[in-house]
Design a protein around this ligand. Structure first.
Ligand SMILES: [Zn+2]
Length: 449
């Protein structure tokens, strides 16, 4: 990266100190923010500066997707109107036919969509290996990646993964070593959930996670059916069951957590366990409404996530921000219970901290420049008042407004064009992969009958 300073000037900017109007942000050649504040009159005078004049745009930190399964973009729109367990069965039937090529293109399609809707960092659970991680690095994104595993002898993706669950655990540790200290990629264990993973398997992962300082990314209390199953099998709630296996002595990121009890929320607060709020997926699958106001009151570490496209059906976090803000207002009949400013903070600064990239997530001097620019000249932004930036970002903006994305100072999306991914080719390959999966699944079903 060159040594020059890059300057972005825009109509307004969201910072931890509030909204700055007639704003300027600068970062150095290493991608670190060097200036945040009102536009400086002398910015273009220095010859070693690249200045982007972004009139009609606003700046905010890149969004952080706290829980997804990227490659499942290929399963967009599968089983849209069924409940959680039948949906899972339909998804898993198609996943039996996935190849490594499919996972590659599914991941790339996800990165295309994430970048163009303003996401710069994501926490993922799926099949992962060094080759797939290199695709993330090449795209310029940041990711916390977890190898999904189910049991020591279980293979989640038979056509993709050469490993069973025990080998995936070993592989997680090898990847953690290989990518140690990488600014873009962190590795996590990915035991799928307490209802799919046997207790001994979870206990072993917990012990290894604590020993090696590797985080765990899992699903907890996503559906009422799961809570009933765990209660019946182990005589405990899901989080209490996992606590008895020592899981929360490790650094855990728990997705969904729709049905947490007061005691479980207190447990998460005590152990510093991070949660991921996935309001759209929880609504779409009919799983319920996670108690965000109670999480907030307990001071939990919180991120915002889309979950996979198979249960959403997009990766546009602006939809999640708006839904996450208004959902609890309707459910509790209290418009003051969740503020857009707080959800924007969860989608950026707090999310970045929860998924392990604390140097990103906010536009402030010293942090890494993960920054996006949104056009505010479109009909849904007008009349735009710079001072009301939070209102715009919280309730009116969508991913389609994003025009520029910088990650660690690297320009990955400019004027609506991808600079690191061949989006047209990826979309074509993804459509072909889906057609093949559907055909393979239909052929398998015909043979079974
Ligand atoms: Zn999930």
């Amino acid at each position: 990266m060159s040594e020059h300073e890059t300057v972005l000037r825009a109509d307004a900017m969201l910072t931890p100190g509030g909204v700055v109007t007639d704003a300027e942000l600068a970062f150095d050649g290493s991608g670190r923010i060097t200036y945040v504040g009102p536009a400086r009159p002398d910015a273009e005078s220095a010859s070693d500066r690249v200045v982007h004049e972004l009139g009609g745009h606003v700046l905010m930190p890149g969004l952080v997707n706290g829980h997804t399964h990227s490659a499942m973009t290929l399963l967009r729109g599968v089983s849209d109107d069924e409940g959680f367990m039948p949906w899972l069965a339909a998804v898993q039937a198609l996943e039996q036919h996935l190849t490594h090529d499919d996972v590659e293109v599914g991941l790339q399609l996800a990165m295309v969509e994430m970048i163009e809707t303003g996401t710069t960092t994501f926490a993922d659970m799926y099949h992962w290996d060094a080759q797939l991680i290199e695709l993330v690095r090449a795209a310029g994104m940041r990711a916390l990646v977890a190898l999904a595993s189910f049991a020591p002898d279980a293979v989640g993706f038979p056509g993709v993964s050469p490993w069973n669950g025990a080998e995936a655990t070993d592989q997680t540790e090898a990847l953690a070593e290989q990518f140690a200290g990488d600014a873009q990629v962190r590795i996590a264990y990915g035991p799928h959930a307490p209802y799919t993973c046997p207790p001994e398997f979870l206990r072993d992962i917990a012990r290894r996670a604590i020993e090696r300082g590797i985080p765990i990314h899992t699903h907890i209390s996503e559906s009422a059916a799961e809570v009933a199953q765990i209660q019946e099998r182990y005589g405990a709630t899901p989080a209490d069951h996992l606590d008895s296996l020592g899981l929360f002595e490790a650094d855990v990121l728990a997705a969904h957590c729709v049905h947490l009890t007061e005691g479980e929320i207190a447990l998460f607060a005590r152990t510093g366990t991070a949660v991921s709020h996935n309001p759209v997926s929880n609504l779409k699958l009919g799983n319920g409404i996670a108690p965000l106001p109670e999480w907030q009151a307990a001071g939990l570490r919180i991120s915002l996530g889309t979950d996979s496209v198979a249960s959403n059906n997009t990766l546009d976090l602006f939809e999640e921000i708006k839904t996450g803000t208004i959902l609890h207002r309707g459910a509790r009949q209290d418009a003051a219970i969740v503020r857009a400013a707080d959800v924007l903070d969860i989608a950026t600064r707090r999310g970045a901290e929860a998924v392990g990239f604390p140097e990103t997530g906010a536009l402030e001097v010293g942090r890494l420049a993960d920054v996006i620019a949104l056009d505010v000249t479109g009909s849904s932004a007008v009349p735009f008042e710079a001072a009301s930036l939070i209102s715009h970002l919280g309730f009116a903006a969508t991913g389609a407004d994003v025009r520029h994305v910088f990650i660690g100072g690297r320009h990955v999306y400019a004027e609506g064009e991808h600079l690191t991914l061949d989006a047209d080719e990826i979309r074509l390959r993804a459509a072909a992969a889906r057609a093949r999966l559907t055909a393979a699944n239909a052929a398998a079903a015909a043979t079974a009958h």
